[in-house]
Design a protein around this ligand. Structure first.
Ligand code: HEC
Ligand code: HEC
Length: 310
């Protein structure tokens, strides 16, 4: 009987901590945010029907800042020069029609700062301009550009590409050898001088890029290699959907991904930061089964030995 009482007390406090104290502490430290499943209800829906051919003509205005590699349009400048001008290297647009939500994209082209939820940071009245100017004068041209970007976008986007294109200009991913300037180049260590001159050149440029990025963002965006372990799935999802909902005043833009492309980004964060997750999850039922059988055996064992002593 005594063991049973002790067990009841331990169980009581464990459950109390688990169901009341922990969730309470959690709710105080992380406010609960209901997401909108990447539907962006605050933005104006697209009503105009896009004309891709007209969009193609309008995109001539983008390639002074952006590359569209899939259409043979290279970056107009190297990443460091771009970051010196704009704070960050403008992303390649080959995937834009696939990874960004259409409603977000059309709103973004008309009024970029507003769509990314950074009105508090950029204010033309105070001479603080968002580096990308409004590119579409009306709904029709916004829809045309979006239609063109959609027409050139690949049907399938790999998780890695979704991450690199949507997040990679700001976030490093060291475990995947990704820097804000692209993949870490394969260079050769020189035995004679005991140095890697190419790598040193790259690192110097990267330091310069990061300096511009810090000036632009106010701080260096964190390396995301392990973020999947330090933040909950729900937190990451609602944060990326709208960073202001979790960190009011933050400099990270609302990126405007579709739900599907967010899931790709998440898959990639998991692949890099928690590659053993599928294995671990497959093992869990076996471990619980083992513990259960062990508990039953232990109980029977005890019954067997105490049988005559009572
Ligand atoms: C004057 C330079 C400039 C021009 C012209 C320009 N952009 Fe940009 N664009 C940028 C910069 C800089 C960023 C990155 C801003 C940031 O991440 O803070 C950006 C970001 C973007 C993004 C990513 C948005 C997101 O949610 O992350 C898209 C999509 C985009 N531009 C599309 C276009 C299209 C389409 C055009 C032409 C119609 C265009 N841009 C013209 C500079 C420019
Ligand atoms: C234009 C730059 C920029 C882009 C693009 C960007 N981020 Fe960020 N991100 C930031 C900055 C700056 C911070 C630091 C925010 C802060 O502490 O206020 C940040 C922080 C984060 C954090 C940490 C949040 C926390 O609670 O500590 C996560 C997670 C994150 N970003 C994920 C992403 C993902 C995923 C993408 C792509 C879908 C992305 N970011 C795209 C600039 C960016």
């Amino acid at each position: 009987m005594r063991e049973l009482k002790i067990f009841a007390i331990v169980a009581f406090f464990t459950l109390l901590t688990y169901y009341l104290v922990e969730p309470y502490a959690h709710s105080v430290m992380h406010k609960h945010v209901e997401g909108h499943d990447f539907t962006y209800p605050d933005l104006k829906p697209v009503t105009a029907k896009g004309d891709a051919a007209n969009g193609k003509a309008l995109v001539a205005g983008c390639v002074g800042c952006h590359s569209i590699e899939s259409q043979g349009m290279p970056a107009p400048m190297d990443p460091v020069t771009a970051a010196a001008s704009y704070g960050v290297n403008p992303p390649d647009l080959s995937l834009a029609g696939a990874i960004y939500d259409e409603k977000f994209l059309t709103n973004f082209l008309k009024n970029p700062v507003h769509a990314v939820h950074l009105d508090h940071k950029f204010d033309p009245a105070k001479g603080k301009m968002y580096p990308m100017p409004p590119m579409a004068a009306d709904d029709q041209s916004a829809a045309d550009i979006a239609a063109y970007l959609k027409s050139i976008a690949p049907k399938v986007v790999e998780p890695k590409a979704a991450f690199e294109n949507a997040c990679g200009r700001c976030h490093e991913m060291r475990y995947a050898k990704w820097t804000q300037m692209g993949p870490v180049p394969k260079t050769k260590f020189d035995i004679k001088t005991q140095t890697d001159p190419e790598k040193m050149k790259f690192d110097l440029k990267l330091a310069e890029y990061k300096k511009h990025l810090v000036n632009y963002m106010g701080k260096l965006p964190p390396d995301l290699s392990m973020i999947i372990r330090s933040r909950s799935e729900k937190y990451l999802e609602t944060f990326v959907e709208d960073p202001q909902s979790q960190l009011p005043g933050t400099a990270m833009p609302r990126v405007g991904l579709t739900k599907e492309s967010y899931e790709k980004v998440q898959t990639y964060l998991e692949e890099v930061g928690d590659s053993s997750k599928p294995k671990r999850e497959a093992t869990a039922p076996w471990v619980f089964g083992y513990l259960l059988i062990l508990a039953v055996l232990a109980y029977l064992w005890k019954q067997y030995h105490w049988r005559d002593l009572h």
